[in-house]
Design a protein around this ligand. Sequence first.
Ligand code: FAD
Ligand code: FES
Length: 265
Amino acid sequence: MALSGACRDLTILSVTEAGPEGGAHGCYYIELANPGLGSAVAGQFVMVRPACFGQDPVWPRPFSICRLTPEALTLFVQACGRGTDALCRLRPGDTATVWGPLGQGFSLEPDTPTLMLAGGVGLAPFVEYAATHPVPANLALVFGHRQPLSCYPFAEMAAVVGRAEAFQENTPEDLPRFIALLETKVAEYAGGLILACGPRPFLMTVARLARRFGARAQVSLENRMACGVGGCLGCVEKNALGQYVQTCTQGPVFWVEELQLSEEA
Ligand SMILES: Cc1cc2nc3c(=O)[nH]c(=O)nc-3n(C[C@H](O)[C@H](O)[C@H](O)COP(=O)(O)OP(=O)(O)OC[C@H]3O[C@@H](n4cnc5c(N)ncnc54)[C@H](O)[C@@H]3O)c2cc1C
Ligand code: FES
């Protein structure tokens, strides 16, 4: 892609709480002015370093492209540490250095029934996926979350895709029920295409189920990244042959059979 790795200073257009309870749960949409970024493949990401990072944090932070229009690049960010806290406190007119679009995105097969499995902020890349899919009626979404549903861009997606269901995990007892739901869905879509993004244990469950049902499945990894462009080896993951691959350039989206997906990267 011609624009891959392009580095620009972008102006913040808005930082908005995601729904009425978004602020209380640290969930925000950050809109940056698009100075001419072309199209992106859903699942690609950007590295973001606002001017306010200064000397700490040193490294930029990676975020999925939640939505890219000619006017704006939108990120969906959950504040969970120094970098994301600072990002969510940005104000319109502030600037951030942005690298991207980076990495390999999700496969798109317009006529194939496609199941999107998302956990928490892993919903972000599927907003762009659904918005750019030529036949969104072929898309189904299963979304697992802990914060209130209004803190996520779920309603917008449910209005676009063929089928959408959400599952809130409130107690430890909910986990086996969510895994049972995933099992049913993976079995149902075993002849289609399955895409997943979310925390590592969630992706490991999806990979295990995909292998069991012989499903074609891709997972998007959220490994720690420092440079985002293949220079630091900070993001490596073991492939099926036991060799290390860089998730920033060879991923973050991989076919399940390409990876070992063990507890440790
Ligand atoms: C390809 C990709 C896409 C992502 N997309 C989104 C998204 O759309 N929305 C969103 O809210 N988050 C997303 N993340 C996760 C986000 O990058 C981390 O939450 C963020 O970097 C944490 O930074 P921090 O300084 O706030 O946290 P820290 O205070 O540094 O640490 C808090 C937690 O974040 C993890 N973390 C820290 N730095 C990184 C890093 N550079 N990469 C990955 N994890 C890290 C730590 O392991 C720790 O668990 C994505 C990560 C990747 C790799
Ligand atoms: S983040 Fe530096 S090599 Fe991947």
